[in-house]
Design a protein around this ligand. Structure first.
Ligand code: HEM
Length: 416
């Protein structure tokens, strides 16, 4: 076996590391819970204990990292030129700290409460069934674009008041946001992403006005009419930034979890057989998939004062990366961490939705979509296998998100 290259010679943002980061995550975590990456100067936070402690400490680890997103130098002038046509970005939940972040969360929490999500269950089931109807008789499908992406996209698009014919535009906007976040997009791709964001903003400024005049029973109306005693209601620029965050945070991540889950089940037929025998394990399967896949693999933090975590000194102003994906495979927390075990007792302790004040706003919705997706796929289809006649799936290089570019599979209709 050849010796792996020294850790110091590997750049964590090199596309070859990004598209297969697991060994790198492990080696960094084994080297230090908090490791100052010598090529970039970024502090990588990798152990379960260190990630949890940083996530709980918002005063020392700030989420005002917008300038670090999409690269480390801020947007290039060509992108700023296009962005002038739109609304100025506002740091809302993900990219804000208390007290502002608290105000936003108070105002939008209701729109994503467990109660609201329960009312959506029947509709999520209908959408999942319709998507399976379309592929069931064909014996094969590209699962990402034919089921995993359209499911969360359709749910959120409907909840944001967009008619079905606008779904393709939604897809493009999400792609634009993901490209902006990737940290590896070309200048042309960044300019195109900025153009898509401006288009999205004008579309939704009109939609928000419609719902202001005439509320419906949907998430966008909850947002427009959100009010909390003692808090200033949201203005249009704030609402647009929130909507943008919902699309970025919610679509690609949920789609990745569906695809990664099916891929795990294909590679572990004994685990698939077990959930088929015991469908009550599906919610735990979802937690185990979230743990192993961790679609939001990493997130930024900015250190606000000289401090120390797990024995490593971090200076004020340092850029830190919390590595949810590395923490979720920490053997100190999850024994035999790379093993896929649908009955793992503590699977739900994962950090795939984060922890603390920024804990995922859409966690209840995502869990519901994932449970429905696996329930529907397992009830209706059988014999899952990778379609080897199609191009092999690859993971897209992205600094923050982890996900396949496609998953071509074959299957047959389930005879119950
Ligand atoms: C499997 C799917 C999902 C995963 C893995 C995921 C992951 C995460 C993580 C790790 C965070 C915390 C980031 C941090 O600590 O800085 C987060 C925050 C957030 N998520 Fe999710 N998410 C998912 C689905 C969704 C959905 C469906 C929505 C909404 C439609 C959503 C909206 C948000 C928002 C708005 C935040 C920021 C909250 C704040 O900073 O206060 N997410 N998500």
């Amino acid at each position: 076996m050849s010796t792996p290259p020294a850790l110091e010679t590997l750049n964590p943002f090199d596309p070859s590391v990004l598209s297969d980061p697991w060994d790198y995550y492990r080696r960094v975590r084994e080297r230090a819970a908090v490791y100052r990456e010598p090529n970039t100067g970024i502090f990588l936070i990798s152990s379960f204990a260190a990630v949890s402690s940083v996530l709980r400490d918002w005063e020392r680890f700030s989420n005002r990292f917008a300038r670090a997103m999409g690269g480390l130098g801020g947007p290039p002038p060509e992108v700023l030129e296009v962005a002038k046509e739109g609304y100025p970005p506002v740091d809302t939940m993900l990219t804000a700290d208390p007290p502002e972040q608290k105000r936003f969360r108070k105002l939008v929490n209701k729109a994503f409460s467990a109660k609201r999500v329960e009312t959506l269950e029947a509709r999520v089931e209908e959408i999942a069934s319709e998507l399976v109807d379309r592929i069931e008789g064909r014996g094969g499908a590209e699962l990402l674009s034919e089921l995993a992406q359209p499911l969360p996209l359709t749910v959120i698009a409907e909840q944001l008041g967009a008619p079905r014919e606008d779904l393709a535009r939604f897809r493009k906007w999400t792609d634009g946001f993901v490209a902006q976040l990737s940290g590896v997009a070309s200048l042309a791709a960044q300019v195109e992403a900025a153009r898509l964001i401006v288009e999205f903003q004008h579309y939704f400024a009109a939609k928000l006005e419609e719902r202001r005049k005439e509320p419906h029973d949907d998430i966008i109306s909850d947002i427009v009419h959100a009010s909390v005693e003692g808090e200033r209601p949201l203005d249009v620029t704030e609402m647009l930034s929130i909507l943008q965050q919902l699309l970025v945070a919610g679509n690609e991540t949920t789609a990745s979890a569906i695809v990664e889950g099916v891929w795990l089940l294909i590679r572990h037929p004994e685990q698939l057989a077990r959930v088929r025998r015991e469908p009550a394990l599906i919610p735990n399967l979802v937690e185990e998939v979230l743990r192993l896949a961790t679609p939001t693999a990493n997130m930024w933090r900015i250190c606000t004062r000289d401090t120390e975590v797990a024995g490593t000194r971090i200076p004020a102003g340092a850029i830190c990366m919390v590595r949810f994906a590395a923490a979720n495979r920490d053997p100190a927390q999850f024994p035999d961490p790379d093993r896929f075990d649908v009955a793992r007792a503590n699977a739900a302790e994962h950090l795939a939705f984060g922890m603390g004040i920024h804990h995922c706003l859409g966690a209840a919705l995502a869990r519901k979509e994932l449970i429905v997706a696996f329930r529907t796929l397992l009830a209706r289809l059988d014999g899952f296998a990778l379609d080897t006649s199609a191009p092999a799936p690859r993971h897209r290089p992205n600094v923050l998100l982890w996900g396949f570019d496609s998953l071509p599979i074959t299957f047959h209709r389930r005879l119950s």
